[in-house]
Design a protein around this ligand. Structure first.
Ligand SMILES: NC(=O)c1ccc[n+]([C@@H]2O[C@H](COP(=O)([O-])OP(=O)(O)OC[C@H]3O[C@@H](n4cnc5c(N)ncnc54)[C@H](OP(=O)(O)O)[C@@H]3O)[C@@H](O)[C@H]2O)c1
Length: 353
C-alpha cells in the first residue's frame, strides 16, 4: 500500500473532522473527508451532516469544486454505493473526476457496501484500510459498535478522589474535580446521544445532566437524558425531568435491555455517568467500551467507592484496562481507559445483569 505523506496528513484531518461532528449524526456514522487537489494541496473538507443532510464526501467535493478533478479523496469510511436519504457518494466522487480514493474503514454493512468496487470500475484507484484502527477507535467507534453489536457504544465517566471515592460520607459530591475537568465533561456530553444515570444518583445528587457552557448556561444540542429507575423512586421535581432537554425514565431490568431500548431510538453513543451501582452492572455485563476517570488530588478516606461489587474475589479475575490517554487537567488528571477484552476471566463473559 503506498500512501503519500499528504494523504496521511489528510487522513488525520479527516478523523478530526469526523470527531468534531460526533453526537450530531446518529444513527449515521460520523465520517470525515478531505479532498486533495492533483498537486496534493487541500481543496475541500467535509463531515457527515445531521441525518438527511449531505455525507462527508459530498460536502468536501462541494468545497473543492473543480479542484477535485484529478485529485484524491481521503475518507474515514468507504464511500457508500446505495441511495438512502442521499445519493451514493461513490457516484458523486466519479462525477467529480477524482483519480484516487484513500479509505480508512471498509464499509461493513451489506446495505451500503460496493463503493470501492464501483469506484474501481470507473477507473479510480482505491486504497482501503489506511490507518483503519485509528479511525475505528475514534469517531467511527459508536456507529461500528452499533453495526457489530446492535447496541450503542458506552463510555463510563466517573470523577473520584485519589482513594477512589465518588462522594463524601455525608453524601456530598459537588465538586470533586475542578472547573477545567468539569468543562471537559460538558464537552464529552456534547459528543454523546444520551447521558445515563441510575435512580440513586438522580435522587442523591439531583443532577440536571445538560450540556452547559463556562457560565453554566445550557448550550447547544442536548443529549437525551436517561434515568434508570425500576421502582419509580425519582420524584417529579427532579431537575433531570425539567424541560431543558428530553428525558427518558427507563424501567429496563438490566443494561442490555436499556441499551437495546436506546439503540431503537437511534442512540449510538452513551455517556454512563454513574453511579457506582449502575456502573458495576454495566461492567459485569461487559458493556463498557471506554472509561473516562477524572481523578482529583484529594483524599476522603470514607464514602462510596468508584464502583460497586463486581463479584470479583481473586486478583486474577480483576477487570483489566489499558490506558489510552493521560491528560493533566487543571489540578486533576483525566484518564482514558479501554477494557482489555482478550484477557480470560470475567471480562470476556457476558453475564447478563
Ligand atoms: N463522582 C461521580 O462521578 C459520581 C457519579 C454518579 C454518582 N455519584 C455518587 O454515587 C452515589 C449514588 O450511588 P448509587 O450506586 O446509588 O447510584 P446509581 O448507580 O446511579 O443508582 C443505583 C440504582 O440504580 C437503579 N438501577 C437501575 N437499573 C439498574 C441495574 N441494571 N443494575 C443496578 N441498579 C440499577 C437501582 O435502583 P432501582 O432498583 O430502584 O431502579 C439502583 O439502586 C451518590 O453519592 C452520588 O453522589 C458520583
Amino acid at each position: 500500500m503506498t500512501v503519500t505523506s499528504a494523504e496521511r496528513s489528510a487522513m488525520l484531518r479527516a478523523r478530526e473532522l469526523g470527531a468534531a461532528v460526533l453526537g450530531t449524526t446518529s444513527p449515521n456514522p460520523a465520517v470525515g473527508a478531505v479532498v486533495l487537489a492533483a498537486d496534493g494541496s487541500v481543496a475541500g473538507e467535509g463531515a457527515t451532516q445531521p441525518p438527511g443532510g449531505p455525507h462527508a464526501e459530498v460536502q468536501a467535493l462541494a468545497a473543492a469544486g473543480e479542484r477535485a478533478r484529478g485529485g484524491t479523496a481521503v475518507v474515514t469510511l468507504e464511500p457508500c454505493a446505495h441511495t438512502g436519504r442521499t445519493g451514493p457518494c461513490a457516484d458523486a466522487l466519479i462525477a467529480a473526476g477524482v483519480a484516487r480514493v484513500v479509505v480508512a474503514v471498509p464499509e461493513p454493512t451489506e446495505l451500503a457496501v460496493g463503493g470501492a468496487d464501483r469506484l474501481r470500475a470507473a477507473g479510480i484507484e482505491v486504497e482501503l484500510g489506511v490507518e483503519q484502527d485509528e479511525a475505528e477507535l475514534g469517531a467511527l467507534g459508536p456507529w461500528l459498535t452499533g453495526v457489530r453489536e446492535q447496541r450503542p457504544q458506552v463510555i463510563w465517566k466517573v470523577a473520584a478522589t485519589l482513594d477512589g471515592r465518588v462522594a463524601a460520607a455525608d453524601g456530598s459530591s459537588r465538586w470533586i474535580t475542578g472547573e477545567q475537568t468539569r468543562a471537559a465533561v460538558h464537552r464529552l456530553r456534547a459528543t454523546c446521544d444520551a447521558v445515563v444515570v441510575g435512580s440513586g444518583t438522580a435522587v442523591t445528587d439531583d443532577p440536571q445532566l445538560t450540556v452547559r457552557d463556562a457560565d453554566g448556561r445550557n448550550a447547544g444540542r442536548q443529549p437525551l437524558r436517561v434515568v434508570v429507575d425500576r421502582r419509580g423512586r425519582v420524584p417529579e421535581t427532579a431537575r433531570v425531568l425539567d424541560d431543558a432537554a428530553p428525558t427518558l425514565v427507563s424501567r429496563a431490568a438490566g443494561p442490555a435491555e436499556l441499551l437495546a431500548e436506546l439503540y431503537e431510538r437511534d442512540v449510538r453513543r452513551v455517556l454512563l455517568e454513574g453511579g457506582p451501582t449502575l456502573a458495576a452492572a454495566f461492567l459485569r455485563a461487559g458493556l463498557v467500551d471506554e472509561v473516562a476517570v477524572h481523578l482529583a488530588p484529594k483524599l476522603l478516606g470514607a464514602g462510596p467507592s468508584l464502583v460497586g461489587d463486581l463479584g470479583i474475589t481473586a486478583i486474577a479475575d480483576a477487570l483489566q484496562f489499558e490506558t489510552v490517554e493521560i491528560l493533566p487537567s487543571g489540578g486533576d488528571v483525566q484518564l482514558r481507559l479501554r477494557p482489555t477484552r482478550h484477557t480470560g476471566g470475567r471480562q470476556s463473559v457476558r453475564e447478563g445483569s
